[in-house]
Ligand binder design. Structure first.
Ligand code: ADP
Ligand code: MG
Length: 619
C-alpha cells in the first residue's frame, strides 16, 4: 500500500481553483491554537498567510465598541483587557458550571451559570453580554472559514474537525453545533491522535500491523493515545491524559521561578507570562534564555528549566503507563511514538518519553501542524478521493440504561470499537405494565445519578401481561460518527420504538440546541454535592437551635459558658459557609461535645421548673 505523501513545507502555495468551487478542509480546533489544512494534488497543506505559520491562536477579544478580533490580534489583548479576551474556550465545551468550579476562579474572564437553568449551563460574561461555549467556538470556526475562503478563493462549507479522543458525546455534539453556527457542515469528527497517525501515514507503507503511541502535549492539555493500525485501519486502543496540563503550566512554573529569583513580588503574573513563553521556546534550541522585563533581565538555564518541568514530565509518563495498561500492550509491543503539540518540542520531554518507551520518537512533521494535516487527509477520504483507508474509532465512555434501583446497566462498554451494535433483553417489573421508559446514560459509574443522561425512549402500547412475561429487547446502535440510536422492541407483541440520541443531520438547530441543553441539565447531580448539602442543612439546624438555647438559658449559664457556646457556634457557621463537609461535621462534633452536658442541665431545669409549676420560658 502506498504511503501518503506528506509535504512538510508550509509555505504558501498556489491554489488551483479549477478543481471545483468547494473544498472540504481539515480543521484542528485546538485549545490554544487552531489550524486549517487542505488537499492539493493529493497532498495535505497547512493554510498559511504570506508564508507565515498557519497557527491561529484560539483567542477571541470582544472590543468595547462591539468589534470582535480573533487570533494573534486577540492574543495581544490578553494582558491589557483580560476580562474581554477569551482563551481556552475548548475547555468549556459541553461542561456545566459545576464541572469547572475550581478552574473558573483563576481565569481572567468571567464564567457564570445561566439563571434560567439553575446555573447549570455555563456562560462567559463579557460586559453585559453572555456567550456560551458553542457560540465562542463558532466564532473561532467562522474566522477559520473566512480565512480559508479568502486564501483558497473557494466556498468552504464542509469540514472534518478533530477533537481529543476523550471528548464525550456532549462535547462532540457541542463541537458540531459550533460548526453549524459558523456555517460549516462538520462531515466527520475524528480523534486528534487518529489524525496525527494519518498524517504520518503510520502503518500504511508496510504489510505488518503497528502499535503507535501518540503523545500530544499542547498548550493546556495533555493526551496520550495508543492506536493499532493495520493495513489502513486505525483503531484507538486506549487513551489517557489530563485536561489541565500543558505549556501554560510550564509558563506558570517559569513565572514562579523568576518571582523567587528576582524582586518581582508585586508584578502581576500575567504580565510575565508572555515572557516566560518566549524564554521557554528559546530553550528548545539554546542553553539559556534571557528576556527583559523593564530594567530587569530575567534568565533561565536549560538545567533549571529541566528541573522545573520534571513533575510535569512525570505526570505525562504516569498517563502513558495507564494508557499502556489499558491497551493491554507491553512497552516492547510499541512500534512508533509520534510527537504532537507545540510543547512536545521541548528537548528533555522528547528524551524522557523516548527513554520511557525505549523508542526513537517520530517528530519529522511539525508538531503544531500534524493534527490538521491528518484532518485534511480524512476530508480527502470523505470526498471519495482515497479508498484505501478506513478509520475505526472507539467510544470513550460506556453507554447504558437505567435499571431498577437507579443502577447503570452498561450495554456498550468504554473503548468499544465503532460502528457497533449490541442488543440485550429486559422485562417488566409490574403486572399489566403497558409503558416502559428506557433512560440512556453515558459514564462509568455504577449509579446512573453519577453518569450523564443522554435521553430516553418510551415504549408504549405494550399489551398488559404479568410482570416478567414481556420480552423487551433494547438495541444500541452506534455509528461511525458516534451517533447513538436506541431501539426498544417488545418481541411478543412486536411493539417497537426508537430514538436517535444525537444526530447531526435531519434535525433543526433548535432541536439540537435543546438536546444539548437537556443533556447538560440532566448532568450528574453528584453524590458528593448531595452529602455536602446534607451537612450544610444539619449544620444550619444545630446552629439555629444553639442560638435559641443560649437565649432561653441565659439566666443560669455562666458568662464563660455563653462565650464558649457562641465561639463554637461561630466556628460552625464558618465551616457551613465554606461548604466543607468534613469541617462542618468536625465543628458539629465540637459543639455537641461541649453543649451536651449543658443541654442535660437545661432539661433537668425544665423538669424542675415544671414540677414547681413554673415554665423556664416565662421568666
Ligand atoms: P493546543 O493543541 O492546545 O491548541 P499547541 O499544540 O498549539 O496547543 O501547543 C501550544 C503550546 O506549545 C503553547 O504552550 C506553546 O507555548 C508551546 N510551544 C510552541 N512552540 C514551542 C517550543 N518551541 N518549545 C516549547 N513549547 C512550545
Ligand atoms: Mg492540539
Amino acid at each position: 500500500m502506498a504511503r501518503i505523501p506528506i509535504n512538510l513545507s508550509t509555505g504558501s502555495i498556489d491554489v488551483d481553483s479549477s478543481q471545483g468551487e468547494t473544498v472540504i478542509v481539515g480543521i484542528d480546533l485546538g485549545t490554544t491554537n487552531s489550524l486549517v489544512a487542505f488537499i492539493k494534488d493529493g497532498e495535505p497543506y497547512i493554510l498559511t498567510e504570506n508564508g507565515k505559520h498557519g497557527l491561529v491562536p484560539s483567542i477571541i477579544h470582544f472590543g468595547k465598541d462591539g468589534d470582535i478580533v480573533i487570533g494573534e490580534e486577540a492574543k495581544e489583548k490578553l494582558s491589557s483587557a483580560p476580562e474581554r479576551t477569551i482563551y481556552s474556550a475548548k475547555r468549556l465545551m459541553g461542561k456545566s458550571i459545576d464541572d469547572l468550579k475550581n478552574y473558573t476562579e483563576n481565569l481572567g474572564y468571567r464564567i457564570v451559570g445561566n439563571v434560567e437553568d439553575e446555573g447549570k449551563l455555563l456562560q462567559v460574561k463579557v460586559g453585559d453580554t453572555y456567550y456560551n461555549p458553542i457560540q465562542l467556538s463558532s466564532k473561532l470556526l467562522a474566522e477559520l472559514k473566512r480565512k480559508a475562503e479568502a486564501l483558497l478563493g473557494k466556498t468552504v462549507d464542509k469540514a472534518v474537525v478533530t477533537v481529543p479522543a476523550y471528548f464525550n458525546d456532549a462535547q462532540r455534539q457541542a463541537t458540531r453545533d459550533a460548526g453549524k453556527l459558523a456555517g460549516l457542515d462538520i462531515l466527520r469528527i475524528i480523534n486528534e491522535p487518529t489524525a496525527a497517525s494519518l498524517a504520518y501515514g503510520a502503518g500504511l507503507d508496510i504489510e505488518e500491523s503497528e502499535n503507535v503511541v501518540v503523545y500530544d502535549l499542547g498548550g493546556g492539555t495533555f493526551d496520550v493515545s495508543i492506536l493499532y493500525i493495520d493495513k489502513g485501519i486505525f483503531e484507538v486502543l486506549s487513551t489517557h491524559g489530563d485536561t489541565f496540563l500543558g505549556g501554560d503550566d510550564i509558563d506558570d512554573l517559569i513565572v514562579s521561578h523568576w518571582k523567587e529569583m528576582y524582586d518581582l513580588g508585586k508584578v502581576d503574573s500575567y504580565l510575565l507570562k508572555p515572557l516566560a513563553e518566549e524564554a521557554k521556546k528559546t530553550l528548545s534550541s539554546a542553553d539559556t534564555a534571557q528576556v527583559k522585563f523593564h530594567d530587569t533581565v530575567l534568565e533561565i538555564t536549560q538545567e533549571q528549566f529541566d528541573q522545573l518541568i520534571q513533575p510535569i514530565i512525570n505526570k505525562t509518563l504516569d498517563s502513558c503507563q495507564k494508557a499502556l495498561t489499558d491497551s493491554k500492550l507491553a512497552k516492547s509491543a510499541i512500534d512508533k511514538v509520534i510527537f504532537v503539540g507545540g510543547s512536545s518540542r521541548i528537548p528533555t520531554i522528547k528524551k524522557k518519553v523516548g527513554q520511557f518507551f525505549g523508542k526513537t520518537v517520530y517528530d519529522q512533521i511539525n508538531p503544531d501542524e500534524v493534527v490538521a494535516l491528518g484532518a485534511a487527509i480524512q476530508a480527502d477520504i470523505l470526498a471519495g478521493n482515497r479508498k484505501d483507508l478506513l478509520l475505526l474509532d472507539i467510544t470513550p465512555l460506556s453507554l447504558g440504561i437505567e435499571t431498577v434501583g437507579g443502577l447503570m446497566d452498561t450495554i456498550i462498554s468504554r473503548n468499544s470499537k465503532v460502528p457497533t451494535q449490541v442488543g440485550r433483553n429486559y422485562t417488566t417489573s409490574v403486572d399489566g405494565q403497558t409503558k416502559l421508559r428506557v433512560t440512556v446514560y453515558q459514564g462509568e459509574r455504577d449509579m446512573v445519578i453519577n453518569n450523564r443522561k443522554l435521553g430516553e425512549v418510551i415504549l408504549t402500547d405494550i399489551p398488559p401481561m404479568a410482570a416478567g412475561i414481556p420480552k423487551i429487547e433494547i438495541q444500541f446502535l452506534l455509528d461511525a460518527n458516534g451517533v447513538l440510536t436506541v431501539k426498544a422492541t417488545e418481541e411478543r407483541s412486536d411493539t417497537k420504538t426508537s430514538i436517535k440520541i444525537q444526530s447531526q443531520y435531519g434535525i433543526t438547530d433548535e432541536e439540537m440546541g435543546k438536546m444539548l441543553l437537556e443533556s447538560i441539565q440532566n448532568a450528574e447531580s453528584d453524590l458528593k454535592e448531595r452529602s455536602i448539602q446534607e451537612a450544610v442543612t444539619e449544620g444550619r439546624m444545630v446552629y439555629n437551635s444553639n442560638i435559641k438555647f443560649v437565649k432561653q438559658n441565659e439566666s443560669w449559664l455562666s458568662d464563660e459558658q455563653k462565650e464558649k457556646l457562641r465561639e463554637l457556634n461561630n466556628l460552625l457557621d464558618a465551616a457551613i459557609e465554606s461548604k466543607d463537609k468534613d469541617a462542618i461535621n468536625e465543628k458539629l462534633e465540637d459543639l455537641n461535645h461541649y453543649s451536651r452536658p449543658l443541654a442535660e442541665i437545661a432539661l433537668d431545669k425544665v423538669v424542675e421548673e415544671n414540677l414547681s409549676g413554673k415554665s423556664l420560658n416565662d421568666e
